[in-house]
Ligand binder design. Sequence first.
Ligand code: COI
Length: 357
Amino acid sequence: MIQSQSIAVETTLQKKAKPPQDGLGFGIHFTDHMFILDYSVEQEWHNPRIVPYQPIVLDPAAKVFHYGQTIFEGLKAYKTADGRIRLFRPRDNFARMNRSNDRMSVPELDIDTAITALERLIEVDADWVPTEPGTSLYIRPYVFATQATLGVAPSENYQFIIIMSPVGAYYPEGMNPVKIYVESDYVRAMVGGVGEAKTAGNYAAALKSQQIAKEQGYTQVLWLDGAEHKYIEEVGSMNVFFKIGGKVITPALNGSILAGITRNSVLQLLKHWGISVEERRLSIDEIYEAAEQGLLEEAFGTGTAAVISPIGEVNWGGQKLVIGEGRTGELTNKLYDTLTGIQYGTVEDPFGWTREV
Ligand code: COI
């Protein structure tokens, strides 16, 4: 494990002006510093340092450009009303990063080292954690292959970097329901592939459908399973939940769906409240049938960036389905308020999810 005192810190002499908090958007502004850690076969993870936020220099042959050996994570830091900074389930993010690393043949990173590095970086850039309601500091840790050779083999060199961005809502709709386009032709991932890993290619594979969806007025794409194009998987930037006849149903993790930390938090909250939840295969047909029978009550997505996002409309092959009259449901609102309350410290955290920096 790398100790906090062994992280070299070079602070910037030119601090950037802070953007206004009412128009932060998502991932547009970046803080003054970044964390970097190198990997080589001989030295393993070494040379931890915090440096001014700056471009990185890579050899044009670096394997990441050619074979996509790269993983990222997303988590957030929140400022409480009395000025404390808290992280939400950071250990779970770095544990998931290691599962993605394993799938993509990237060396494991010590979780305590990653948390120590992140907390040191947050201390250096503490004045970047926004304070307005609905804002937070989005943290993007990522690792990528830097070895400059073109043979197809796991890289022998990597860099692990953490950058941070003050953010508002991910979707332009804010807390208003999003409209979702169901993709029936293209596939995001297949069981046995890399769908469960948070690797760049999964997101690149989704862009074409996202463009098509956007042209038709939809914010996001709902992916179906790769084999039968029948079962609901995820939205790409969030996991999805449907409330049908009093029960909450979400697709079971099957290897091609991202194991969302917000998804897991919502499942724990629902169980804590005694609400019946099912993690299972869920076909898109079942959603339309439930709607016909008047049983489809609410739908929402979950994610670090998306938080809890109500889904107001689904379009599957031209059949439009308006959910909950296009308004945010009661349970969706309760989940949003409780989860963000725990994150900002206004609601008790019975699960021990938050960690003070
Ligand atoms: C996150 O919620 O952190 C994600 O990784 C989604 C992202 C692709 C915006």
